[in-house]
Structures are given as structure tokens and as C-alpha cells.
Write a protein that binds this ligand. Structure first.
Ligand SMILES: Cc1cc2nc3c(=O)[nH]c(=O)nc-3n(C[C@H](O)[C@H](O)[C@H](O)COP(=O)(O)OP(=O)(O)OC[C@H]3O[C@@H](n4cnc5c(N)ncnc54)[C@H](O)[C@@H]3O)c2cc1C
Length: 412
């Protein structure tokens, strides 16, 4: 039997494409072929089990700025199906999303299973065939059709969507079918750093720092945001954003680089120096460890003093101005050597993938192989942490489904 549309990969992008194709054209025979025993595996584990579905950013121009790769190309895609449309889609299908103070959107149940249940029940009610434990082993285009080889036998399709995420096979098929693949490299990771300032401070966070990443031979990258000290180094949105913008350069540098952190970006050097000198003048007898005039946790302040060999019990009166200058310097421009890549368990994504110029982004159809479509992580698009990666999957999946559905309708 020949299927009209076979989706390879039952992830976020694959499901959205199949659902949209069938909604546009109910007579279409649509199947999802998934290698794992259960579909939507990444949705399940995403966002710490809560699934950060999208981001509360309904302005296309602003939304695209969260994508280190794909920014320009996503504009047209998001103007057709962006974050607002995603929220509406889930609402129409019985899932209410809520927004957290940082803009991330989750199901009100705080449970990724809600999203899975919604997608699965929609697929069932539309009559989409879902085959699990069925790894596609090969794809061959012949006589205007595709033959998909699986251990359960061959399948034939008039149109195929590759929505295999970051699986190596997906990239290999794309290459085999004439496409260029930007080498996949990891994005969204933490930095391994050993430094006396960070010793035993895991769990301490800073609501806003300014951080600059220098990698030899690359342009410096700057980001602002919360910073978190971990057992192995530094994490938090500021670091994750740097890891995304510098993903390729960091990979090239074997995850070595220099990070410079301004722990008090809202305070100028001068204002900080004045605050320290004022403390010295007003509380000369107080031990420096007990009288920090700026908003820093006590443990961090202690580590800072120890690192600079300022005795913790020394009275402010005995602190030389030279030491004050050194504290200002390090709080405003603290240098760290990045020694490697750490893990960020809440979200992880691959930068790289099928070159966007080889895809017709109005339909997500290959410009090289007719009736072959791409959506989701397999294409050369990746976003920062915060729901942007799923948004890419929902949007590109939706467009691929819409165009296959309409095209098949017209052809009949
Ligand atoms: C731990 C973790 C947490 C995350 N949390 C978030 C988050 O909260 N918010 C966010 O926006 N993003 C998050 N992401 C990123 C997000 O999961 C991905 O961007 C998204 O899943 C990409 O969707 P996709 O459909 O393109 O690929 P995938 O979700 O990877 O789906 C691809 C599917 O294809 C199947 N497949 C692969 N090869 C074959 C084959 N040969 N035959 C058949 N099937 C095959 C795979 O089994 C898989 O089910 C997270 C990622 C991770 C790893």
C-alpha cells in the first residue's frame, strides 16, 4: 500500500506535521514511523519533566532573536505559525499553558505527559497511523515515490518528512539525497571551571551578571542574565546563552576559552569603589567579612576575600585602598578559564543540520529532492533555552504538514 505522507520520527516536529496534514486534508493517508517503543521521548523529559512548550514572545521580530542559527530564515515561518499560534493550538486542543516570570511557558499541570496525551489523542482521533519500535533503516526515492526500509518490511510513500531530530541517520540520508549538512555540534551546556572563588559555593546564584566569552580567533560574545555556581563550574541563563552563541567556536576550541564576569553590572566601577570606601569610613572597626556594602551572599564575599588574601577578621580601617581597588576590579571583571563542557540536564540541543538555503521555507520541502520535507531539530536552526527549540519544531512541523496536506488536495 502507498501512504500519501510518511513522517519519519515521532517527536514534536513529526507529530505537528502529521496532525496539520491530516487536519488540512482528512482524506490523506498519514503515518508516523518511530524507532523508540514510545513516541515523544524528548517531550517527556523536557523542561525537567514539565515541558517548556514555548516562550511568551508573540512578536516575530523579537522571537527570532533567540535563535543563534536560523534567525533571519525563521521570520517568515514564525509570521505564519509562531508562539501565539502554538498557545492557541494547545488551547483549542484542551491544554492551557501558563507563563513563568522569565517568559517560559508550561502546561498548567506542570507535567509533560499533558502535552503527550494531547498530541496522541489528536493523532488517534484524526486517524493517523503510529508505528513504534520501527526504525527506518534506509530511504530510496524511485519513480516519484519513496521506499522506506524497516525491519518490519518496506513502506512506500508519495511524500516523506524527515523529522528525526539530531539522529545521525537523518543527517546521513539528507546527505545521500543531495543535501549539505552543517556539522552537528552540541549547544546549551554549562562551563567546567575550577576557581578558588567558586569553591564550595554550588547552588549560589546571581540574579543578573554580564558575562563575556573570549575564544582565540573568534569575536568576543557578551550576554547578560542570571548566573548559577555548580559543583563543576558555572551555569544559569547567562552561561547557557554564551554556550549557544559560541557553540561552534567553543567546539572548535575544544571547549577552552576565557570567561569574564561582571558580578555587579548595575553598579559602575566608581560607584562600587565609593560604596566600599564609604563602608571603610563609616564602620572602620567592623571586620570586613561582616560588613559587605554591596548585594553579595556572605559565602561569596568570604571566598572573594580569601582569594585576595584579605584576612576575614581584618577591620575595615586596616584595609588599604589598594585592596579596595583589587576587589572592585575582580567584582567587575573576574576572569575564569573554561576547562571543558558540562551538562545542562533541563535542555540540550544540537546546533547544525540541513542547510536552510536548500529548503523552501514556505513549504519546508527540499529544493533538491521533490516531495521530501524537513522539520525540527534536523534543520540548521537552534534556539536558546526557554521553549525556543520546541517552537522551531512546532512551527516547521506545522508548515510541512500544511503544505503536504494542501498539495495532495490540489493534486487529487
Ligand atoms: C533533556 C532535554 C530537555 C529539553 N527540554 C526542552 C524544553 O523544555 N523546551 C524546548 O523548547 N526544548 C527542549 N529540548 C529540546 C527539544 O527536545 C528538541 O528541540 C525537540 O525535541 C526537537 O524535536 P524534533 O521532533 O525535531 O526531534 P526529536 O524530539 O528528537 O524527535 C525525533 C524522533 O525521531 C525518532 N527517530 C530517529 N531516528 C529514527 C529512525 N531511523 N526511524 C524512526 N524514528 C527515528 C527518534 O526516536 C525521536 O522520537 C530538550 C532537549 C533535551 C535533550
Amino acid at each position: 500500500m502507498i501512504e500519501d505522507f510518511i513522517v519519519i520520527g515521532g517527536g514534536a516536529a513529526g507529530f505537528f506535521a502529521a496532525l496539520r496534514a491530516k487536519a488540512v486534508n482528512p482524506s490523506l493517508a498519514v503515518s508516523i514511523i518511530e524507532s523508540a517503543p514510545k513516541p515523544l521521548g524528548k517531550v517527556r523529559i523536557s523542561g525537567g519533566g514539565r515541558c517548556n512548550v514555548t516562550h511568551h514572545c508573540f512578536d516575530t521580530g523579537r522571537l527570532v532573536q533567540y535563535y543563534p542559527r536560523g534567525q533571519k530564515e525563521l521570520k517568515g515561518i514564525f509570521s505564519r505559525f509562531g508562539a501565539q499560534e502554538t498557545v492557541q493550538w494547545f488551547k483549542q486542543n484542551g491544554v492551557q499553558l501558563k507563563t513563568e516570570p522569565d517568559g517560559r511557558m508550561f502546561p498548567v499541570t506542570d507535567d509533560s505527559q499533558t502535552i503527550i496525551d494531547c498530541l496522541m489523542s489528536r493523532a488517534r482521533s484524526l486517524g493517523i497511523t503510529l508505528l513504534t519500535k520501527t526504525p527506518v533503516l534506509d530511504i530510496r526515492p524511485e519513480n516519484g515515490r519513496f521506499t522506506l526500509q524497516t525491519p518490519q518490511g518496506n513502506f512506500q510513500a508519495r511524500a516523506v518528512l524527515l523529522a528525526t531530530g539530531s539522529a545521525a541517520k537523518g543527517y546521513a540520508w539528507a546527505r545521500q539525497l543531495g543535501h549539505t549538512v552543517e556539522d552537528p555540534v552540541p549547544s546549551l551546556f554549562t562551563f567546567k571551571i575550577r576557581h578558588p572563588l567558586l569553591a564550595d559555593l554550588q547552588g549560589i546564584s546571581f540574579p543578573k551578571v554580564k558575562a563575556r566569552l573570549d575564544i582565540p580567533g573568534a569575536k568576543p560574545i557578551q550576554q547578560e542574565g542570571p548566573l548559577l555556581i555548580t559543583h563543576w563550574g558555572l551555569s544559569g541563563p547567562a552561561v547557557l546563552r554564551l554556550s549557544a552563541w559560541g557553540a561552534r567556536e567553543l567546539y572548535g576550541a575544544q571547549y577552552r576559552g576565557k570567561l569574564t564576569v561582571d558580578f555587579l553590572p548595575e553598579v559602575t566601577d566608581e560607584a562600587l569603589k565609593n560604596a566600599l570606601l564609604q563602608q571603610k569610613a563609616e564602620t572602620p572597626r567592623k571586620q570586613i567579612v561582616n560588613a559587605c556594602p554591596v548585594d553579595l551572599t556572605r559565602h561569596f564575599w568570604e571566598n572573594l576575600l580569601k582569594w585576595h588574601q584579605v584576612p576575614l577578621e581584618q577591620a575595615w580601617a586596616d584595609i588599604p585602598v589598594k585592596a579596595v581597588n583589587r576587589l572592585v576590579e575582580v567584582l567587575k571583571r573576574c576572569p575564569f578559564e573554561i576547562e571543558g563542557k558540562g551538562v545542562f540536564k533541563d535542555e540540550f540541543v544540537t546546533a547544525g543540520g540541513i542547510l536552510l538555503k536548500e529548503i523552501d521555507l514556505r513549504s519546508m520541502e527540499s529544493r533538491i529532492q521533490p516531495h521530501l520535507y524537513f522539520a525540527g531539530e534536523i534543520i540548521d536552526v537552534d534556539g536558546l533555552t526557554g521553549g525556543f527549540n520546541f517552537q522551531n519544531a512546532w512551527s516547521t512541523g506545522w508548515i510541512a504538514g500544511e503544505s503536504t496536506g494542501i498539495r495532495a488536495k490540489v493534486a487529487r
